[in-house]
Design a protein around this ligand. Structure first.
Ligand code: NAI
Length: 306
């Protein structure tokens, strides 16, 4: 399979690197609008093949979409990232134009592709792609919840002083500082609810830290993060290309699930060769459902500027 990553910035290049190292494609195409950037990063990455033991080919392209032709999966990371103090929502105007244009160009050459949206504000960019591309809804997946869940699990493991992989936890709702919902009630350490190890105040702090996880990194680094976002995209791509049927929280079009319709929002979905294949409808408590409804309203109001 050929996989295209649009945007050769921090997140796009890290996505491509992770996809290659996992050998998820025969060929990866990295595309950017900046002259030479994608070609240069692709060549640098290809020169790690003999050092890291993979054979995936990677090529770069400056806005030549013919090189992306026949891609099975396309990851869209093009757009501006936030700076310290900015919300993801402030990126909307610039990134909406970029994401719309990129999607049109991609579909001219890869009409059967599954599209993964990474550019922020991701929930609104996913909605935009659904509205403008004409693609079946199962082929449009917004990536945010996998990253937010990874942050949640990491903060839980730090609070518990245990290995991160002993933790299972998920974040649903929007991919925004105030719209995401870390499901503390369902978080477990080796199958045991984390509430048996941590008091309420600690759990609330972990949830709050998770929600501003991206902003914390932006403040430290000066721009938004890329290592965990890149790895999160690769996790999603792997479940598609290997048809693994993993359940990940992703931003998808809801049609009555979780009490919401006509909106793309983060919920657990089965990911396989056809994109997102089913929504797992957890039973939420009244409080969780109220938060989900608030999250939907906030994302709806953001979508209204499209
Ligand atoms: P970056 O600035 O390092 O890279 C963005 C790249 O997009 C640049 O190289 C730029 O030249 C390119 N670009 C701009 N317009 C383009 C066009 N029309 N066609 C092709 N390429 C174009 O930014 P970074 O850090 O890689 O972030 C990218 C996006 O991903 C941002 O919107 C950021 O907020 C978002 N993001 C989303 C996450 C998520 O979980 N969904 C996590 C982290 C970042």
């Amino acid at each position: 399979m050929k996989i295209t990553v649009v945007g050769a910035g921090a997140v796009g290049a890290t996505c491509a690197d992770n996809i290659m190292r996992r050998e998820l494609a025969e060929e990866v195409v990295l595309l950017d609008i900046k002259e030479g950037l994608a070609e240069g990063k692709a060549l640098d990455m290809f020169q790690t093949a003999t050092l890291c033991g993979f054979d995936t080919k990677i090529t770069g392209s400056t806005s030549d979409y013919s090189k992306t032709a026949g891609s099975g999966v396309v990851v869209i990371t093009s757009g501006i990232p936030r700076k310290p103090g900015m919300t993801r929502e402030e990126l909307i105007g610039t990134n909406a134009n970029i994401v719309k244009g990129v999607t049109e160009s991609i579909l001219q050459h890869s009409p059967d592709a599954i599209i993964i949206i990474v550019s922020n504000p991701m929930d609104t960019m996913t909605q935009l792609t659904l509205q403008t591309s004409g693609l079946p809804k199962n082929r449009i997946i917004g990536m945010g919840g996998i990253l937010d869940s990874a942050r949640f699990k990491t903060y839980l493991s730090m609070a518990l002083d245990c290995p991160p992989n002993d933790i299972h936890a998920t974040v649903i709702g929007g991919h925004g500082d105030t719209t995401m919902i870390p499901l503390t009630r369902l978080a477990t350490r080796n199958g045991v609810p984390v509430s048996q190890f941590l008091d309420d105040a600690t759990l609330q702090k972990v949830a709050a830290d998770t929600m501003v996880g991206g902003a914390t990194l932006t403040k430290l680094i000066g721009t938004s993060a890329w290592y965990a976002p890149g790895a999160a995209v690769a996790e999603l791509v792997e479940s598609i290309v290997r048809d693994q049927k993993h359940i990940f929280p992703c931003c998808v079009a809801l049609n009555g699930e979780y009490g919401q319709s006509d909106i793309c929002l983060g919920v657990p979905v089965v990911i396989g060769k056809d994109g997102w294949e089913a929504i797992i409808d957890y039973t939420l408590t009244d409080d969780e459902q109220a938060k989900f409804n608030q999250s939907a309203e906030a994302v709806r109001s953001m979508n209204s500027v499209l």
